[in-house]
Design a binder for this molecule. Structure first.
Ligand code: SF4
Ligand code: SF4
Ligand code: SF4
Length: 351
């Protein structure tokens, strides 16, 4: 049986889900976003889609950090790449034929960076009974727009605006030819697939964001943003408590954390971190923390930072190399062993 299950439009590839990546991950963004409870966690602890209930609203596509979901009729990444640069772009469900919830925060930021101006036509939400049944999907679009603006405003890029009244016919007609072309090409995402390395573990939405940052970085008014974002995390590791076990690196789904210099250094690439939280959960001594400083140059150009640099010495008890924190000569494993077996040693000596 194929892992890909699909109804008319929305497909799910559970292999991309963070819960598949790490059994204890508790991401539920798609389940919370779905307005009709079409998503659930199966007995096998995998995300599962009930195609009979799904209304093809795209809300899951917009919120998933790992592009687990796709719409057979519309690829937001293909749309972004095809939409060109430096335009006054209006996104409207009446033009794209898709609910605007298909665009996640990173997609909106990418469009905001690439275009002269970006407007979201929200004038149809209130009367949209099929998808925006209880206002939930509209709230998701507005939340994504607001988060995108928190990112764009401090760096001096035009904020995304919402259009609340219906578009004038002349303006809509002017947009129509561009939209038809863009939508037609968004259907054929294979044209863009060759732009992406199939072995790349970073979601396409992040790769496009990184590229869009590079495109407009010359216009930025500041380099560092200090704010909290749902899709970014800036990791730090506490030198004293980290045991260099490597679990965080092994389970990081995007290789944002990686070893350098014969495993003596742990490095972090801000632009590759999707804020999944797996490293925080998996680190036994709880050595990993995050701050809210995001460096636009690091994000755009993939600069890596050394978080930990260890000096390895040979333990005088077990003769195995260990990361020395200060001037200790015995590794933690031997210290634990000696402490746990003190009574045994005393008994053996007395006998
Ligand atoms: S939003 Fe994506 S990663 Fe999170 S549970 Fe849903 S499918 Fe998995
Ligand atoms: S940060 Fe935690 S999980 Fe990563 S190497 Fe250090 S102790 Fe291990
Ligand atoms: S660094 Fe941590 S939070 Fe970021 S992607 Fe890797 S595991 Fe997830």
């Amino acid at each position: 049986m194929s892992l890909l299950s699909s109804n008319a439009k929305i497909s799910i590839n559970p292999l991309k889900c963070l819960r598949t990546e790490y059994l204890y991950n508790d991401c539920s963004s798609c389940i919370e976003a779905c307005p009709v409870e079409a998503l659930s966690i199966s007995h096998a602890k995998r995300i599962s889609l009930d195609s009979a209930v799904c209304i093809d609203c795209n809300a899951c596509i917009g919120v998933c950090p790992t592009t687990t979901f796709s719409n057979s009729e519309f690829d937001p990444i293909a749309f972004i790449l095809k939409s060109g640069l430096d335009k006054d772009l209006v996104l409207s469900c009446k033009i794209t034929g898709q609910c605007l919830s298909v665009f996640g925060v990173e997609n909106l930021i990418s469009l905001g960076l690439r275009e002269k101006s970006l407007t979201l036509d929200m004038s149809h939400c209130k009367t949209c009974e099929n998808i925006n049944c209880d206002g939930k999907v509209e709230a998701q679009i507005r939340a994504a727009m607001s988060e995108a603006n928190r990112f764009l405003a401090p760096i001096g890029i035009n904020e995304i605006v919402a259009q609340e009244t219906k578009l004038e016919m002349s303006r809509r007609e002017a947009l129509f030819s561009f939209a038809t072309e863009a939508q037609a090409l968004s259907d054929d995402s294979s044209e863009f697939d060759k732009l992406f390395d199939p072995k790349e573990t970073l979601p396409k939405s992040r790769l496009v964001l990184q590229n869009s940052l590079k495109y407009s970085i010359e216009n930025f008014t500041v380099q560092i943003i200090d704010d909290k974002f749902s899709f970014l995390s800036n990791k730090k590791i506490d030198f004293d408590s980290c045991t260099n076990c490597g679990d965080c690196l092994q389970f990081c789904p995007t290789n944002a954390l990686f070893y350098g210099g014969e495993k003596t250094k742990i490095l972090f690439q801000q632009t590759r971190c999707i804020a999944c939280g797996i490293c925080d959960d998996i680190c036994k001594p709880k050595s990993i923390s995050s701050d809210n400083n995001f460096d636009m140059v690091s994000l755009a150009f993939g600069r890596a930072e050394v978080l930990i640099e260890n000096n390895f010495v040979t333990c005088k008890e077990c003769k195995v190399d260990f990361p020395q924190k200060h001037s200790e000569t015995v590794c933690n494993r031997c210290i634990d062993f000696i402490q746990n077996n003190t009574k045994l040693f005393t008994l053996a000596r007395d006998m």
